[in-house]
Design a protein around this ligand. Structure first.
Ligand SMILES: [Zn+2]
Length: 165
């Protein structure tokens, strides 16, 4: 029986250990690039929030930008926005940080949708909404991507507490 030199066995073990990490790293980079056009839109919108006194933090592969600690502290115009939180690529924007907490899981499902659809997500989301409208349903509530986000975030009440996209 021929034995492998100890060094070769160690290298094989090292490659076996590192290969999945490298593959995951490349897959993650590919998802970031694929969703980058949408994230750029999010960065532009987020920059406006930062100029208005907001703050940003990194969280689980996303950039969360909030205008104030809570909605009550937000300027009146921010409270008039038609959403409480919105995911644009890997950027999640919300008026109040506290209000983002219960919506975070839902928004992260949207982030995964952006990773899957890339720049096509905007058109796909709009097409799904139009399709629902044409069939007499809500463009938002019955939108395929919203239904999926509610189901996968396992928080069906998230949208009832406030509109989000
Ligand atoms: Zn949503």
């Amino acid at each position: 029986m021929k034995r492998f030199p100890r060094r070769a066995m160690a290298r094989t073990t090292h490659l076996q250990r590192e290969a999945p990490k490298l593959a995951n790293g490349w897959a993650r980079r590919a998802r970031l690039v694929w969703a980058a056009p949408c994230s750029l839109v999010g960065l532009l919108a987020g920059a406006l929030a930062l100029l208005a006194g907001g703050s940003a933090r990194r969280a689980a592969g996303t950039l969360e930008i909030t205008l104030r600690e809570c909605e009550a502290a937000c300027p009146a115009w921010a409270r008039l926005l038609p959403f409480r939180a919105i995911a644009l690529g890997h950027v999640v924007i919300a008026a109040g940080r506290q209000e983002l907490d219960p919506l975070r899981a839902h928004e992260r499902v949207h982030v995964r949708q952006y990773e899957r659809w890339g720049v096509l997500f905007f058109a796909a989301y709009a097409a799904s909404g139009i399709w629902q409208l044409l069939n007499g349903r809500s463009a938002y509530w019955n939108n395929h991507f919203e239904v999926q986000a509610r189901a996968l975030s396992q928080d069906p009440g998230a949208d009832e507490r406030g509109s989000d996209v």
